[in-house]
Design a protein around this ligand. Structure first.
Ligand code: ADP
Ligand code: MG
Length: 728
């Protein structure tokens, strides 16, 4: 019965690190060699095509059809020179993964075979989109959506295919993907932040949002992965007793990377370099067989594409190395889960990081402006940040004392807290000269100095300022970073626009100078957003109580968190900043709720199947063996057998009780998910899954895990935690 498990373990014992023969060269020599970036553009594009791409990237200008033909021809020549035969529009539908539809360059023109790639093929493609989720935007009779080229993210080569990053929209113009709203949000940030940055430097023409993500993941041997139905179907283990050794020794964290994993990473990093993904750090994470990978930060749209691409690449390469990569937020109970920290900042086209304190008071006023506006934005829309990171997987992580709490708060460190306190105490209105001087020298002027030794880092905060960037730790490892970044962009743009309006009004009133007006508005913001700042232990029970007093939200489940997306103020916010229309927002919300319900439905069914097909039969087999043994002892010893059968009778009782509970609870589980499946309203359905289906998982699991301990190891059919986690 346990054949699959033992075959898998046998297979694993034979594994050796895969030998990869990577060319010996400097990484800088191969960086971006598979990307259609400026070097090949200069070689393969005409002067006017080159200028046109540049205008599109930097100034959002449209590319004409005629020029598109010429760009496509150059792109194709470059790709063909590298052995490429096919092209695909590469996009990020709302399923979370990336999607592609390949077409050959090959065509027959008048019976003659040629390689062709026209501007029309580059700019637009019509995949058969009817099976991508659209949340009801696209009726099936109008099941058409199209992909359109995003020139701001360069085309790249994967295998023998030229991949062209695109947006995916319906024929009526609604976004059906993650990229479209992200691009809109980034544009909104650019416009609003540029206008505020111009208070400090008139030369600023553009502000970019940067994103540096850190991706956590597990590597599990492929044979072991394939031996577990739950890993195959749900990406996480639904049952499994904790191993005697977990992560309590912390001996994996930053330890030496096991050789098979190392071989995988070497090849992965080599491929990343060729794709222009600037991967920089790799290390073991807290849990056994858990790792982390992080690149140098990039412009947010490119960073999101690179994260999506790398997840795809990791999945492919891990199989080659006889691993499977797990991105699930909580693949193993009792062991650390996986997140994806999102570090973000804003930089101007003049090369200034607006979230980095500067060398003089003027630079620091600029820093404080963007810093405090960011805090206020998060304070006003913490519920939307929380909603953006909500998913069935992340529900296991947020608030589980290893990842940030589900309560959104901002950590800024003691030095900046002190600076904000000083600003808060400023008098309203005009500032007298003595005060101005003190501000300059002692408050604003002091920031860089104090930040240098600002080493206090709070790992329990979901949203922490870390010197020159904010780090958001609440994102799940499977998430598409675009979801959070879109919300962040929308709320920042909204705040900065409002800030500009308030400052301009005060200045236009004639009483205040620009700097005084800025101080006044910032001071109001500090007062208004004090509640969101928290410096203590985010995991503690005290914080939960305090947060409640402060009226901060603590949404524990995805259906509860997602409600915020449809509040009137959220709808208005996204509309006002031209990021998402109400139709788009509702469609997205619908898709996310459905995805949540579907995930739980698959988990429930998998657990029920495992209980009925694997666990109960195994437990009965072992129980029968015990019963036979007791009978034999009775036959042999008659009345004197009691001393010898007592322990076994107890065990039989334990096992039969567990079987009874598993069996009964499994029936309840099936009834509960069948009921939930029948609910038409997606919010109510998700709530039914969260409140009525999910709690039964734990009851079943508890019994199964106790059976795992009591049943003969030789019979146990499901690969155990110690085997999954400690096989290198
Ligand atoms: P850690 O948080 O693990 O201590 P670092 O602070 O060195 O590590 O950086 C982690 C991530 O932050 C990296 O992905 C890096 O690219 C990103 N990062 C660093 N500086 C910035 C910045 N100014 N803007 C956005 N991301 C940044
Ligand atoms: Mg980090």
């Amino acid at each position: 019965m346990a054949r699959i498990r033992f075959e898998a373990l046998g297979e694993v014992s034979e594994r050796r690190p895969l030998e990869v023969h990577l060319p010996k060269c400097k990484l800088s020599e191969i960086f971006g060699e598979n990307v259609f970036n400026s070097a090949p553009m200069r070689q393969f594009l005409t002067e006017s095509a080159l200028r046109s791409v540049w205008d599109a990237v930097v100034h959002n200008k449209k590319i004409s059809r005629h020029v598109a033909d010429s760009i496509a021809a150059g792109m194709k020549d470059w790709a063909v020179s590298k052995g490429v035969t096919h092209y695909t529009h590469w996009f990020q539908p709302l399923t979370g993964a990336s999607a592609e539809k390949h077409d050959a360059f090959f065509e027959l023109v008048g019976g003659k075979p040629i390689e062709r790639f026209s501007g029309a093929m580059l700019v637009q493609q019509e995949p058969d989109a009817s099976s991508f989720p659209s949340g009801g935007i696209r009726n099936t009779f109008e099941a058409r959506g199209y992909t359109a080229w995003d020139p701001t993210s360069p085309a790249f080569i994967m295998g023998a295919t030229l991949c062209i990053p695109t947006v995916f929209i319906s024929y009526t113009g609604e976004a059906l993907d993650n990229k479209t709203p992200l691009l809109r949000a980034l544009q909104a940030v650019d416009e609003s932040a540029t206008s505020v940055a111009c208070y400090f430097d008139r030369n600023v023409k553009r502000v970019n949002m940067n994103l540096g993500w850190e991706q956590e993941y597990f590597l599990i041997d492929k044979a072991l992965f394939d031996s577990r139905p739950d890993l195959i179907l749900t990406g996480r283990t639904l049952i499994g007793h904790a191993p005697a050794k977990g992560q309590q020794l912390d001996d994996h964290y930053f330890g030496s990377i096991p050789s098979r994993a190392m071989s995988f990473m070497n090849e992965l990093e080599f491929e990343c370099m060729r794709l222009g993904i600037p991967v920089k750090t790799r290390h073991n994470e807290v849990a056994p067989n858990q790792f982390e990978l992080a690149p140098i930060f990039e412009e947010a749209n490119l960073a999101v594409d690179h994260n999506t691409l790398i997840m795809d690449l990791m999945d492919k390469l891990s199989r080659k190395h006889h691993f499977r990569v797990l991105f699930h937020e909580k693949p193993f109970a009792g062991v650390n889960g996986s997140g994806k920290h999102n570090n973000w900042s804003l930089t101007t086209d003049t090369g200034v990081n607006l979230l980095s304190p500067g060398a003089n008071p003027k630079k620091n006023l600029q820093f404080l402006t963007f810093f405090i506006n960011s805090i206020k934005a998060v304070c006003d829309y913490a519920d939307l940040i929380r909603a953006s990171v909500a998913s069935a997987g992340n529900d296991h992580r947020l608030g589980a004392n290893e990842a940030p709490p589900a309560i959104i708060s901002v950590y800024i460190g003691s030095h900046l807290s002190a600076v904000l306190r000083e600003l808060e105490n400023l008098p309203a209105g005009k500032l007298n000269p003595a005060l101005k001087t003190r501000l300059k020298l002692e408050v604003v002027g002091k920031i860089p100095e104090v930040l240098l030794d600002n080493t206090d880092r709070n790992r329990t905060s979901p949203f922490a300022f870390t010197g020159s960037k904010f780090e958001i730790r609440a994102v799940g490892a499977t998430a598409n970073c675009a979801e959070l970044t879109t919300v962040l962009g929308a709320i920042l743009a909204d705040r900065l626009t409002a800030f500009k309006g308030e400052v301009d009004t005060l200045v236009a009133g004639g009483k205040l100078k620009k700097d005084e007006a800025i101080f006044n508005v910032l001071r109001n913001y500090i007062v208004a957003s004090k509640n969101i700042l928290f410096e203590g232990d985010g995991y503690s029970a005290d914080w939960k109580k305090l947060a409640k007093k402060r009226k901060l939200n603590n949404f524990k489940s995805t259906p509860a968190a997602l409600k915020a997306e449809l509040s009137p103020r959220a709808i208005e916010l996204f509309k006002r900043n031209a990021v998402l229309s109400e139709i788009e927002l509702r469609a997205r919300n619908e898709i996310r709720l459905r995805k949540y319900s579907m995930t739980l439905q698959i988990e429930a069914q998998t657990l029920a199947d495992m209980a009925r097909n694997h666990i109960i039969p195994t437990a009965i087999t072992y129980q029968n063996r015990l019963i036979e043994n007791v009978r034999a002892l009775d036959d042999m010893y008659g009345d004197a057998s009691k001393d010898r059968t007592g322990a076994q009778l107890l065990l039989i009782e334990k096992i039969s009780n567990a079987i009874a509970v598993v069996s009964q609870k499994t029936d309840e589980l099936v009834q509960a998910y069948t009921r939930a499946q029948g609910i038409a309203n997606s919010q109510k359905q998700a709530e039914a899954y969260s409140d009525q289906v999910k709690p039964i998982f734990d009851e079943i699991r508890k019994q199964i895990d106790s059976l795992e301990v009591n049943v003969d190891d030789e019979l146990w059919p499901i690969t155990k935690y110690r085997e999954l986690l400690f096989t290198k």
